[in-house]
Design a protein around this ligand. Structure first.
Ligand code: NDP
Length: 287
């Protein structure tokens, strides 16, 4: 069904989200701080709002895709009375506590709030592989499926407004560390003249296969029993030192390995050298 939707923020991501709504036949009102960024969408059939107030009062559902938490407040505070009784779906990246703060602010002003975390780049929007995580009002999530499902595969993570963002940032932590691991390995082999393309051909199947270990690790973490290690912390320390030496020999900065070595050292010094490598989870969890 055709819905009336307003999109605030027409940057790289907001512009694509608004365009996708237009393609799906929705009646879209758009607003951007720098007005000329709205022009291509207006040419495609969107209504361009001259002010934020005009934008938020044009539709029952308002989507925000702004820069950060502060820009959401800066944009919406002055028009909060116009937002009352409407729905706000905030896709701006925030921390979990920022999302909870915005949800509380919305509730105090009679605004239905759903927080979203976009696990995709702009070109992926509209594809099933794109994922958007949501938390906050279940009712808003259910009522707006025609809007949400056009962008990506939508998942509802619970009524704590911060949980979608927590999952998002936790997954991105893993992604950045994996990318850095790939870059570090590529830097090491470059010293022997190996192209990064060649290294990628080795790294993709190897690192892909390693992700199969998560499920067994998760059993250890959930049980909290590190006493039966396939690879002990002491054994891992030696392995990491060898990698760091090879890194230095190749002229590559061993910094990513040094970070892991520190986590392992902390556990060994706390008396857990014979236990499983996964015990560094306990240090991370309480650190
Ligand atoms: P851009 O930098 O391309 O756009 C930022 C948008 O925020 C612009 O519309 C900008 O307006 C607006 N803005 C910035 N500050 C203010 C302010 N104080 N008041 C009002 N408007 C403001 O960013 P993206 O579109 O890429 O990202 C938007 C959100 O989406 C971010 O939170 C980002 O983390 C998230 N996201 C982006 C992804 C991506 O791959 N791009 C992936 C996942 C999430 P103006 O044009 O006037 O500068």
């Amino acid at each position: 069904p055709q819905e009336r939707v307003t999109v605030l923020g027409l940057g790289a991501m907001g512009g694509v989200l608004a365009g996708s709504l237009l393609d799906a036949g929705h009646a879209v009102t758009v607003w951007n701080r720098t007005a000329r960024r709205a022009e291509p969408l207006v040419h495609r059939g969107a209504s361009g709002a001259a002010t934020v107030r005009d934008a938020v009062t044009a539709s029952p559902v308002v989507v925000a895709c702004l820069f950060d938490h502060a820009s959401v407040h800066d944009t919406l505070e002055p028009v909060v009375d116009g937002l009352a009784g409407r729905t706000l779906i905030n896709l701006t990246t925030t921390t979990p506590s920022e999302a909870r703060e915005l949800a509380g602010w919305a509730k105090r002003h009679g605004i239905d709030y759903l927080d979203g975390a976009i696990m995709a780049t702009p070109p992926m929007i509209g594809a099933r592989e794109a994922s958007i995580l949501y938390s906050g009002s279940r009712d808003v999530f259910d009522r707006n499926q025609p809007i949400l499902d056009g962008w990506a595969t939508s998942t509802y993570d619970g009524d704590d407004p911060g949980i979608a963002s927590l999952y998002d940032l936790a997954l991105l932590s893993g992604m950045y560390q994996m990318f850095t691991g790939f870059l570090h390995g590529a830097a090491m082999v470059r010293s022997a003249g190996v192209s990064s393309a060649e290294f990628a051909r080795r790294a993709t199947p190897f690192l892909g296969a390693m992700t199969a270990a998560f499920a067994a690790q998760a059993e250890v973490l959930d049980a909290g029993d590190y006493s039966d290690p396939p690879q002990s912390l002491t054994w891992t320390a030696t392995a990491l030192d060898t990698i760091a030496r090879a890194s230095r020999e190749s002229g590559a900065d061993p910094a990513p390995i040094t970070v892991i070595r520190k986590l392992v050292t902390d556990q060994i010094e706390a008396g857990h050298g014979d236990e499983d490598l996964d015990r560094i989870f306990e240090g991370l969890r309480t650190g």
